[in-house]
Write a protein that binds this ligand. Structure first.
Ligand code: Z5A
Length: 212
């Protein structure tokens, strides 16, 4: 019954690393549910398509409301049932993404929304941090930009700063990973952090060994 979230700005390598950790945990006999936001349940995936559509013009408040509507479906239909059957839930983005990407909406509005929608805080949140231009270049190499990728460098600098503020404020839950390193080094850092913070999950990994 462990809940780990992967967070970070654009192109940070979360999706790459979440798959490696999922495989490592499965090899050790854990049931793993790998999921993502916005999405992870049928209603939430429908909202994801609207949120990423670059022909739509959502305000930051509308984004925050829609992200949380999607999250409510995701929590009830996917995350809570998985945790109840003692699976390990690995989630690519969660409510810290709203606190970072929609930070202009303000904590006074986001706080009560998250209190209503998020019943259990993650046990561990890995924050993949890297310079904005490096992340945007990685994302651009994948092809056409979605609505968030198209928002520009200044917006993404604000997102990165907001994530780092959250990590400073909640060091017991968040651990920052240097995501600008080569993929193999990021994997080693992830394995070591999970081993150190949640030793019962990866009791034989010490950071020298990645997914093997
Ligand atoms: N959003 C929001 O605004 N509010 C919210 O509450 C939530 C989300 C939940 C979802 O986009 C968008 O929704 C997101 C925030 C917003 N938009 N932005 N920006 P998404 O789900 O489509 O994508 P993403 O979550 O933003 O993923 P990503 O940042 O684009 O990628 P990533 O998962 O972090 O990285 P990756 O796919 O693993 O790697 C990207 C590329 O870099 C790929 O070619 C890799 O092979 C390469 N890569 C990965 N690691 C490395 C290293 N270490 N070195 C070199 N190259 C690497």
């Amino acid at each position: 019954m462990t809940f780990i979230t992967f967070e970070g700005p654009e192109g940070a390598g979360k999706s790459t690393q979440i798959r490696v950790l999922a495989e490592a945990l499965e090899q050790r006999g854990h049931e793993v549910v790998l999921t993502r936001e916005p999405g992870g349940a049928p209603e939430a995936e429908a909202l994801r398509a609207l949120l990423l559509d670059k022909d739509r013009d959502w305000s930051p408040l509308a984004e925050a409301l829609l992200m949380n509507a999607a999250r409510d479906a995701h929590v009830r239909q996917t995350i809570e049932p998985a945790l109840r059957r003692r699976a390990v839930v690995l989630c690519d983005r969660f409510f810290d993404s709203t606190r970072a990407y929609q930070h202009n909406v303000g904590e006074q509005t986001l706080g009560p929304l998250h209190k209503a929608v998020v019943p259990k805080l993650p046990d561990l949140t890995l924050l993949f941090d890297l310079p904005v231009e490096v992340g945007l270049a990685r994302a651009a190499s994948r092809g056409a930009a979605d609505r968030f990728e198209a928002k520009g460098v200044a917006y993404h600098e604000g997102v990165r700063a907001a994530f780092l503020d959250i990590a400073d404020a909640e060091p017991e839950r968040l651990a920052v990973v240097d995501a600008a390193q080569p993929i193999e080094d990021v994997t080693k850092a992830v394995m070591k952090l999970v081993h150190d913070r949640l030793p019962t999950l990866l009791d034989d990994a010490d950071g020298r060994d990645s997914a093997s």
